[in-house]
Design a protein around this ligand. Sequence first.
Ligand code: UD1
Length: 459
Amino acid sequence: MDMFVVRGGRPLRGAVAMSGSKNASLPIMAAVLAVEGPVTLRNVPHLADVTTLASLLTRLGVDIRRTENDELRLEVVDASACVAPYDLVRRMRASICVLGPLLGRRRRACVSLPGGCNIGHRPIDLHLRGLAALGAEISVERGYVLAKADRLRGAVVDLSGPTGSTVTGTCNVLTAACFAEGRSVLTGAACEPEVVDLGEFLIAAGAAINGLGTSTIEVDGGPTLHGTRHAVIPDRIEAATFLIAAAITRGDLRIDNVRADHLSAVIETLRQIGVRIEREGFGLRVSMGDALRPAEVCALPYPGFPTDVQAQLSALLSLAPGTSVVTDHVFPDRFLHLPELCRLGADIRREGASGIIHGVPQFSGASVMASDLRASAALLLAAPGDSVIRRIYHLDRGYERLEDKLRPLGADICRVTDAAENVPLTLVPPLEPCDTAGPPPPKFLQPRSITAELPDHPI
Ligand code: UD1
């Protein structure tokens, strides 16, 4: 398993371009299952999650290739398969996005339940309720969702749940509704830009959809969708991560290929806490103002502050003097990163769905473990001095060539294979001399060669 060895804290300076959105690419790629004819997608990022979904789509009869100019060409060549097996779905929850397109076009779907997740309870009841409202017969057997419908019929489908709407659930029902007879009205629909991007792809493929970006979407179903071209929107979560990276390192960055209108809540929040953000050409220029201010921030469905930026913001607020509170109303248990941030010197305690953050002057180097995709980004941003971040396969799922993007900006970051002998010895804190007489420690606790390289500050 790879890990990052980071000598963090260096100000990031220069320009960096954002990749295409992961969370828009995945449902759009899955929707190709419902399309007859070739589809060409631009801006699909090179990510582990994209590769995972490509494997699943290949299994479901889609021919996929990257062209020389980095476009993704997809075309259904065999529409007979309907099974998304556990061995592929368990690698990535977003695989559930194949359910709606399979049901809509092939009238049958057998998709493994995605299973557990590090960011909290993630049911799919709203997906199933929505598809059932369109007339699908749904059951769950031996860990698989079985869905079938000889005919789908337009209906009013309510997608609101206890914590708001569901993003991938809206994607599933939206795509299936394109094949339902008559009009479907999706209420409580997710307004996220990634849902809008899927909707615009479906419209380009011949669907009749109104109300994208609002909580009520109307779909007039038809018999087919045809091949088309589409450019995926830039990744707003990657952009937010780089905005925070510039602030946390007191750097000065220009972020290109960005949609500022998708980042309103992030930009507003960061400005409130003292980060300077201005438009520059088609990009954003970000630098740190005089001082960070504490804040109370709540992660909410779009257009609220994104849950996917909650961990990175917690890292930044850890350096703001005073007390900040970060609450997550979307995933109230998404706090596995807090103990790891504390290992880097942050002072945070969890209270229910909130992290209570007491600002510290700086982080200190440590060895930490990433728990999920966005938590890994938070640790990377916080990592000062010598730090080691393990389990970075989470990062590879969602950030394209992250170290290659960070290095030209001044970051000192190196990817190494996770083996004990590769851990920098300076990460072992120095032992204070023991002043109570006792038996000499056993030989294996006297690592002469190690203590010779330890830093000379006290623990
Ligand atoms: C998507 C994003 C993820 C982001 C999340 C919330 C993708 C691939 N992933 O995940 O990065 O963090 O939106 O913005 O786009 N819920 C239910 N029942 C359901 C479905 C969801 O109660 O059937 C709840 C969830 O537990 C959660 C909330 O609704 O509390 C939002 O989840 P949802 O929008 O479905 O997240 P995903 O689509 O899985």
